[in-house]
Design a protein around this ligand. Structure first.
Ligand code: HEC
Length: 160
């Protein structure tokens, strides 16, 4: 009986500990490995939402891969007009023509990180989370800056 009670208390304590951890969830700094840890473990992106005008797996354009899925965290989907809120993250899964996951590209809005280019931190990962590119790659910014007015976002159209 005693042990049972104790185990129960422990379980509750652990649950409460877990809950408070989620509330106090810290956002990662502009760092490829820290961001991967966040989107894969702290707040797995596969559980996030999507833009209402860009749901499910869709056909993509070069250079990202034939098919893709874009996941957006709450700070992102809560953003109703550009710019997106700080802390917003977009994760794009890039698939081959045979729908094999090839790479994961991410945009993360970090206050003061790169004010000239929308304060986005850019990262590209292998499907297992190896950092292939991160920071302020000219190529990422170059292509996406065709839509500065839409805060560098290409798959979602903010209503004017
Ligand atoms: C040659 C142009 C080009 C380059 C370079 C490029 N992108 Fe993109 N990106 C696109 C296009 C076009 C889309 C829209 C979806 C699609 O067609 O695949 C997109 C969509 C995205 C999205 C989904 C969110 C959004 O913008 O709507 C992310 C995240 C993303 N790209 C990240 C990156 C990262 C990180 C890099 C650099 C490693 C990069 N992109 C380089 C053209 C580019």
């Amino acid at each position: 009986m005693q042990t049972k009670l104790l185990t129960g208390c422990l379980a509750v304590a652990m649950m409460m500990g877990g809950a408070s951890f989620t509330v106090a969830e810290e956002m990662p700094g502009p760092d490829g490995a820290a961001l991967w840890n966040h989107i894969s473990k702290v707040s797995p992106y596969t559980k996030w939402g999507q833009w209402a005008d860009h749901e499910g797996m869709l056909a993509g354009r070069a250079p990202h891969g034939k098919f893709h899925k874009v996941f957006v965290n709450k700070k992102g989907t809560d953003s109703t007009s550009p710019p997106l809120q700080y802390g917003a993250i977009e994760v794009k899964e890039n698939y081959s023509p045979s729908k094999e996951l090839k790479a994961i590209t991410v945009m993360y809005k970090v206050k003061g990180y790169n004010p000239d280019s929308g304060d986005w931190f850019w990262a590209k990962y292998s499907p297992t989370g190896k950092v292939l590119k991160s920071g302020k790659p000219k190529a990422c910014i170059g292509c996406h800056s065709t839509r500065v007015a839409n805060d560098f976002v290409l798959v979602h159209e903010f209503k004017k």
